[in-house]
Design a protein around this ligand. Sequence first.
Ligand SMILES: Cc1ncc(COP(=O)(O)O)c(C=O)c1O
Length: 300
Amino acid sequence: REKIVKVEGGYHGHHDEVMVSMKPPLHLAGSADAPNSVPASAGISSSVVKNTIVIPYNDAAALERALSSREVACFIVEPVMENIGICLPQDGYLQQVREITQRYGTLLVFDEVKTGITAGWGGASGFIGVQPDLVALAKSIGGGLPLGAFGGKQEYMDLITEGKVVHLGTYNGNPLCMAAALAVLRDICTPEMTQITIARNSMLVNAVEGIITEASLPAHVVQFGAKGCVTWAPEQIRNYRDYKATDFDLAFAQWIHGINRGVMLPPGLDEQWLISIMHTDADALHYADVFQEFVDELLA
Ligand SMILES: Cc1ncc(COP(=O)(O)O)c(C=O)c1O
């Protein structure tokens, strides 16, 4: 099978097959139901673009249409999209995804690079209760050291251990990074500490939600595990097109206001905050204090 499926607006790193429709300009993106495959960079061959089918997130029917030819090797997706703020799966979506991929013999790959242990010690897949065939992890599990990892069901990982699928790299299994991951997963981000951190984040999320409600803002707050974000739209977003319809002027104003007051989020207007186990209650609530100040200035 030569083809893969990914969702529009999904980011999975710098690898040609997935650098398609990462954040396509809407004038190139085609219809919302059956989006075009738009290369995100020069240098991606047309055959790669042709073999990457793009579908909307939270649309099980679109997945079924894409897989029905039985030419699709895998569906790669973040269980919770975290490069367009935080876009949650609707009830039952990932369960349907699991069932459909299984039915068409297509592997389900969860990209948990951003969710991972920030979603809870069992990751998003453990939290939601849907098991992929393969999983990619990175970022939080390295505790700040550069690290990526992947794993999956034995029948697929055996292809590597038996040498049928070649997996080589200068830094594969780098001892320093492996030691860091072990320390993070065994000693630091224990299941208990992870839960405490998520509870601390819930406190922040509630505070921000209170500010939004009090001021009747056209915004809402989204939480997933230890992460959260303010999305400048009255309703929860379901996919990339909804994200594109959010208010980027207000998002930018809030971002630059925060940057000047110690809330250092990246500049893409597509990120979320993360409460790490190093943050205290006061650190977490600093975000809410700065947000309150922003809202006061906005309404003044
Ligand atoms: C969801 C997701 N997948 C994959 C990647 C790629 O990770 P790396 O930059 O470590 O290759 C990223 C990076 O931001 C990401 O957000």
